[in-house]
Design a protein around this ligand. Structure first.
Ligand SMILES: C[S@@+](CC[C@H](N)C(=O)[O-])C[C@H]1O[C@@H](n2cnc3c(N)ncnc32)[C@H](O)[C@@H]1O
Length: 232
């Protein structure tokens, strides 16, 4: 009797080959690849939906997702009905987390896991300068985000990418973004499912509290990688 799953299901060597290949990839790499895919999809989506405004990233680290966002923007401009003038804002201490509050403690969130240098990131994104409007804001969020978005000249957010790991940092980023969120703004969290999936910890806590006190309603855009997720 022939298998319902067809001929391919009997090609064990092929299954082994695929498994060998997939198991050779480190999960953090899978997460990063899917993060890039997610950002590309969101730039395509926001181009198609004609969502104007700026790209804001909270937690830039070495500038890899920030650079990818600029490339994704460039690639998707052809889908825009009216040409956008999206600017790119990156916020980071470029010096780790600072003092970690009790509520933010997590085995992986330690400064030693995020060594970076503001000057290296500036150098890395220099190749985009002249063609794109880019601003890097250096400093801890409890200082730099004390200013309003208007202070930085930001009126509308197209995409908000929160990749700063902890509850406190996500809370500060969301409060800062409240006045610039418009219909269609996509908000992405790179660590939505950390802290064992608890809703009362991490970025999930910050997002839930934010939705509650602002009354903003969202629909899920999608999950990605190991712990990431986006909403519109
Ligand atoms: C996971 S890394 C960002 C990774 C980056 N988006 C990428 O994909 O290449 C987290 C970053 O958030 C920054 N960060 C965390 N808490 C912060 C805070 N309260 N103020 C400023 N920066 C903070 C750290 O310095 C670190 O560079």
């Amino acid at each position: 009797m022939s298998s319902k799953f067809g001929f391919l299901s009997r090609l064990y060597f092929l299954q082994d080959l695929v498994s060998l290949f997939i198991s050779s990839i480190d999960p953090p790499i899978i997460h990063t690849l899917e993060k890039y895919l997610m950002l590309s999809k969101i730039f395509y989506y926001t181009a198609n939906e004609n969502i104007e405004g700026d790209y804001l990233e909270f937690g830039v680290f070495s500038g890899s997702s920030f650079s990818h966002a600029i490339r994704a923007y460039k690639k998707n401009r052809k889908y825009e009905k009216t040409a956008s003038s999206t600017r790119f804002f990156g916020f980071d201490s470029f010096d780790g987390f600072g003092k970690i509050e009790k509520i933010d403690e997590h085995p992986f969130y330690e400064d030693s896991n995020f060594p970076t240098s503001y000057h290296k990131v500036c150098k890395r994104i220099k190749r985009f300068s002249g063609k794109f409007d880019i601003t890097l804001v250096k400093g801890f969020f409890n200082e730099t985000l004390q200013h309003s978005a208007a202070y930085y000249g930001i009126e509308k957010a197209r995409i908000i990418f929160i990749d700063s790991d902890t509850y406190s940092a996500a809370r500060d980023a969301l409060n800062f973004c409240h006045p610039i969120i418009q219909l269609g703004t996509v908000i992405v969290f790179d660590e939505l499912l950390t802290y064992k999936g608890r809703k009362d910890a991490g970025e999930a806590k910050a997002f839930n509290e934010f939705l509650k006190y602002t009354g903003i309603e969202v629909i899920e855009f999608g999950k990605y990688g190991i712990v990431g997720g986006g909403s519109i």
